[in-house]
Ligand binder design. Structure first.
Ligand SMILES: [Zn+2]
Length: 133
């Protein structure tokens, strides 16, 4: 039986994890990576998960406001998009339809960054949603 590494997204044998790494789901190889590289993956996952939640809370919003100031350009950009969404449509339900109607620019940003995948169970096909309006 192996163990899941959340950084390289691989299942690796247990001996590839230290005690602490096992708990944190980071394998030995990944734990040697530069801190910035690990943080980038963690922050992107975090931002992505906010979109997957049924609601983006006020606490999440203040966290996103911090991430917008990240030195990592990609993280900052993703945080900015999700923050914008959180402020106008914090609830996941019917979010894509709402954006298709009210803010197509934001919807296309979601698509370009791949963040749209957080909504794949709802409706992964943006063209279908756009065509409906
Ligand atoms: Zn790893």
């Amino acid at each position: 039986m192996g163990h899941w590494c959340r950084i390289c997204r691989n299942i690796k044998p247990n001996e590839k994890f230290s005690g602490k790494g096992h708990k944190n789901h980071i394998c030995r190889d990944c734990s040697r990576k530069p801190k910035e590289e690990i943080e980038e993956i963690e922050h992107k996952d975090e931002i992505f998960n906010y979109l997957k939640q049924s609601n983006i809370s006020k606490k999440n919003i203040s966290r996103l406001q911090n991430l917008v100031c990240s030195h990592n350009k990609q993280v900052a950009e993703m945080a900015e998009i999700v923050l914008e969404i959180a402020l106008i449509k914090p609830h996941k339900k019917r979010r894509l339809k709402f954006l298709a109607k009210e803010n197509r620019e934001l919807l296309s940003k979601l698509e370009k960054t791949g963040l749209i995948m957080a909504h794949r169970w709802e409706n992964s096909n943006v063209c279908t949603i756009l065509a409906a309006y």
